[in-house]
Design a protein around this ligand. Structure first.
Ligand code: FAD
Ligand code: MLT
Ligand code: ZN
Length: 498
């Protein structure tokens, strides 16, 4: 009996709340999976196991896939893709499923191909510090591995315990260390990619720091969100692990965000080459981690009552003594300019991770409010927080105060990347309509980008024109057709509808 055939036709959008207005239709040219299409070998097809693969981390998108495949090798992956190509079966590549824009879960019945079992380290070349591994390695595991060789992964993010390096590359993830170590576009030195027809494109065999022979084809896959190919292997440059890492939490003085910018400028001057991260969070973000994750504000009540913004400043260096000298200079400059209310310097590992958790766990804390409208915007520094202020103003002018729980701002200030987040108990159309497209228009007017690091996925694909010209999108479409002529890879996402 084939129960799949009848049920796959049903359009299931029960959880697709924020994207209801997309009115998507399943592409009729895709075949419907039958149980003749697969053997029960490293695959999941029972309802209970499928659930966590079908639903995204934010629990805002839910697909209806009937099959998860778990290849272990590139050749197996290539065989699967060849088969799907021949049979016109659409697929959804999935890594750790921590993506925040609905890109990692199917929309209808696409087959999920997970990299969970492609988790082998291939090689660490100790002379060049280049790590080569399969795409399903968990970021935290890779960092633990390279740390034993006194190296560090060039990226770090709150989802490091679950996200896969292939997912990181596919989203061109930014994260907490980009300020110091640069983006994946610079650090990824080779990729192995399986194309939609099963062909394998390899630039991983001889990963080199410099190679100017023709076009750098791997770049096109970095940040391509599973649209152009399936990443099966990654070679990445790992910097030396710093001998000394320090962390300072600054309670900023004054109500103006301009003071936060001044603190950043001071950090750049005084900490200079050892500055490894500069993050900020507002008063409401600090309140969210306290109320929802029980993380206490480490400052006195007196300070926290006055404080509107907090900055997390991290340094990585090879010499503890000179780092501490620089930190002291930084501190004196803040006092001189009256920029800080108070400062805490982490004194041990426990304090270090506690302070980081205040920032890293904001995303998790917000999910406990109910529904999360999540935005990830690039803006010129001096405009960055104005968006939060304007959204709050818009809510109060439209009598929406009772509809939402929080409207907060935090993010990677060192990279001009604001995370604006609004929460409400349940999805609310009124809130959604006050936010979109207003904030995208606002971002365009202020010369920003509607996605700094999370990508477009399903939720933001139709807003691409706020950040890219028509001509650019046209060339993206041409590339899509070149690499994936049957449009089988991660359909309905990233590019506006064909
Ligand atoms: P998934 O979520 O599984 O997939 C993401 C996208 O990539 C999907 O479109 C998927 O189809 C595609 N994909 C996955 N694997 C492959 C592959 N092998 N080949 C081709 N396509 C593939 N992001 C940031 O940039 N910076 C942050 O600081 C940050 N912090 C986060 C903190 C938390 C708590 C959470 C939950 C998320 C955070 N994210 C952040 C978002 C997310 O973690 C990143 O986008 C991450 O890179 C996704 O990796 P993943 O393995 O979970 O990919
Ligand atoms: C972060 O920086 O914490 C992540 O990008 C997740 C988020 O935006 O909440
Ligand atoms: Zn982020």
């Amino acid at each position: 009996m084939n129960i799949l055939k009848s049920r796959c036709k049903i359009r299931k959008f029960s959880f697709l709340i924020q994207t209801r207005n997309l009115a998507l239709k399943r592409f009729p040219n895709y075949s419907i999976l039958t149980d003749k299409d697969y053997r029960k070998n490293r695959c999941l097809d029972d309802v209970n196991s499928l659930d966590s693969y079908n639903e995204d981390w934010l629990k805002s998108c839910k697909g209806n896939s009937k099959l998860v495949l778990l290849p272990k090798t590139t050749l197996e992956l290539s065989e699967i893709l060849k088969y799907c190509y021949a049979k016109n079966l659409a697929i959804c590549p999935q890594g750790g499923n921590t993506g925040l824009v609905g890109g990692s879960v199917p929309v209808f019945d696409e087959i999920i191909i997970s990299t969970r079992l492609m988790n082998q380290i291939i090689k660490l070349d100790e002379e060049s510090s280049i790590l080569s591994c399969q795409s399903g390695c968990i970021l935290q595991n890779l960092d633990d591995y390279v740390s034993q060789r006194s190296l560090i992964m060039p990226l770090d993010l709150g989802a490091k315990g679950s996200c896969h390096i292939g997912g990181n590359v596919s989203t061109n993830a930014g994260g907490l260390r980009l300020l110091r170590y640069g983006s994946l576009k610079g650090n990824v030195l080779g990729l192995e990619v399986v194309l939609s027809n099963g062909e394998i494109l390899n630039s991983m065999n001889v990963p080199l720091r410099k190679d100017n022979t023709g076009f750098d084809t791997k770049q096109i896959f970095i940040g391509s969100e599973g649209q152009l190919g399936f990443i099966s292997g990654v070679s990445i440059l790992c910097p030396p692990r710093p001998r000394a890492a320090n962390l300072i939490l600054v309670a900023c003085n004054g109500k103006s965000f301009q003071n936060v910018i001044q603190i950043f400028k001071t950090a750049k001057l005084e900490l200079n080459e050892i500055l490894s991260a500069f993050e900020f969070m507002d008063r409401e973000s600090m309140r969210a981690v306290k109320e929802n994750s029980n993380l206490e504000n480490p400052f006195s009540i007196e300070v926290s009552e006055k404080c509107d913004f907090y900055c997390l400043v991290e340094t990585h260096s090879s010499d503890e003594e000179s780092a501490l000298r620089k930190i002291e200079n930084f501190y004196s400059k803040l006092s001189e300019k009256d920029l800080g209310l108070d400062c805490i310097v982490a004194e041990n590992k426990t304090q270090f991770s506690y302070i980081w958790s205040l920032r890293e766990r904001i995303a998790e804390s917000l999910t406990k409010d109910g529904h999360n409208y999540k935005y990830d915007i690039s803006l010129p520094l001096n405009k960055m927080y104005d968006l939060v202020i304007d959204i709050r103003k818009r809510f109060s002018e439209n009598d929406a105060k009772n509809y939402f729980r929080r409207c907060i701002g935090y993010g990677h200030l060192g990279d001009s990347n604001l995370h604006l987040n609004v929460t409400s108990e349940k999805y609310d159309e009124k809130i959604f309509k006050l936010l979109e497209p207003f904030l995208y228009e606002w971002t365009m007017k202020n010369n920003g980008s509607i996605s700094a690091e999370h990508g477009l996925g399903l939720k933001k694909k139709n807003y691409i024109y706020y950040s890219k010209t028509k001509e650019n999108v046209e060339y993206m479409r041409k590339l899509k057709k070149l690499f994936d002529p049957k449009l089988l890879l991660n359909p309905y996402k990233t590019l506006p509808d064909f």
